[in-house]
Design a protein around this ligand. Structure first.
Ligand SMILES: Cc1cc2nc3c(=O)[nH]c(=O)nc-3n(C[C@H](O)[C@H](O)[C@H](O)COP(=O)(O)OP(=O)(O)OC[C@H]3O[C@@H](n4cnc5c(N)ncnc54)[C@H](O)[C@@H]3O)c2cc1C
Length: 320
């Protein structure tokens, strides 16, 4: 049995109380959403102890550096009672997605605008049904992993993240949120309280990913595309392309996206954007796949994501 280290568990009933706990304990506290990353990372410590006790020679993970992350918070702050962090609601001209919204909820939201299609695609394919019932979009973004599926989708959507602390709140564009694998600009006393995305007619987005298995697998490459098509000219008025698992954080491919502006949406333009996106990333070889294979995937998946985004922007069949 994997025994967790000792910690105290808090279940605040209000946002104010949650922020007070984070303010008081700082880096010693971890917010708990669905726990599908946090609890696994907390258990890593006992896995390591078991393997170390078995002797360095036989250990499957001979050094802690091979383990993705170990978290040993002294205080775990559950966000389960905070109703304001749940669900999707309209806020001005934008949609505000509560960070505690689960992947299963997002995947089932057939009423989300076509502009948010990438987010629904990403939520629908991550993990497994059991994981999707627990895993939240806020946890996926806050965890700041380069392959985080909804983080890549939200990057293409140009999301803004609301971060709140006892000292006040700030809005951070998701494009400036990630600073490295597992690292972000979020301070230890801050909670992500909202994810804001603008959506209008004529916009569509889609997310594509490939892993070594269909389920329960981290992306080898993930690609999200967002397009705004001008109703009068039928040309692409704005575009964003985001990529996962090809660098230390989810990344934008700004040159590939900029080259689409003013073009008619179609296979030729999308294939050219896929080629251009390849030139904007430097993936590494790892046990999941080689850098060369990842570059092939970037080109193919960007093209497919753009096709999906255009179909949604133009309200044409294919994807729901
Ligand atoms: C079997 C398995 C399969 C998986 N498959 C995938 C996959 O296909 N794709 C993928 O992207 N991920 C995958 N994951 C990883 C994980 O499920 C996701 O990252 C998930 O979205 C994390 O959300 P959570 O609610 O469980 O977060 P938690 O584990 O509760 O939290 C994750 C981190 O975010 C912090 N946090 C959570 N909410 C907030 C908040 N509101 N404000 C500030 N900090 C916060 C926590 O303190 C913690 O550090 C998988 C995990 C497992 C165990």
């Amino acid at each position: 049995m994997r025994i967790l280290h000792e910690f105290s568990y808090e279940r605040p009933k209000s946002l104010e109380a949650a922020l007070a706990l984070l303010g008081a304990h700082g880096a010693a506290a971890s917010p708990l959403a669905g726990g599908t990353d946090l609890v696994v990372n907390m258990k890593m410590r006992s896995i390591l102890q078991i393997t170390e006790n078995a002797g360095a020679k036989d250990a499957r993970w001979p050094a802690a550096r091979r383990v993705p992350a170990i978290q040993t918070p002294r205080v775990v702050v559950s966000l389960a009672e905070l109703a304001e962090l749940q669900g999707v609601r309209a806020s001005g001209g934008a949609l505000r997605i509560g960070p505690m919204t689960t992947m299963a909820e997002l995947a089932a939201r057939g009423d989300l605008p076509a502009a948010l299609g990438a987010l629904r695609d990403a939520a629908a394919i991550m993990g497994s049904p059991l994981i999707r019932n627990l895993a939240t979009v806020g946890g996926n973004v806050a965890n700041a992993r380069p392959a985080a599926d909804t983080a890549v989708a939200l990057l293409a959507l140009g999301a803004q993240l609301a971060l709140d602390s006892k000292a006040g709140g700030r809005r951070v564009p998701i494009a400036s949120f990630f600073t490295g694998p597992g690292r972000s600009v979020r301070r230890a006393d801050e909670l992500m309280t909202g994810i804001e995305v603008e959506a209008a007619s004529g916009q569509g987005s889609a997310y594509e990913r490939l892993g070594n298995r269909r389920q329960l697998e981290i992306a080898l490459v993930g690609a999200a595309a967002w397009l705004a098509v001008d109703a009068a000219s039928g040309k692409i008025a704005d575009a964003r392309i985001a990529l996962g698992a090809v660098g230390p954080t989810p990344l934008l491919a700004p040159n590939a996206a900029a080259a689409l502006i003013g073009m008619a949406p179609g296979s030729e333009a999308f294939a050219a954007a896929g080629k251009a996106a390849r030139g904007e990333v430097k993936p590494i070889d790892d046990f999941r796949g080689s850098a060369a294979y990842r570059l092939e995937l970037v080109e193919a998946l960007v093209g497919r994501a753009l096709e999906g985004a255009a179909a949604r922007a133009l309200g044409k069949g294919g994807r729901p």
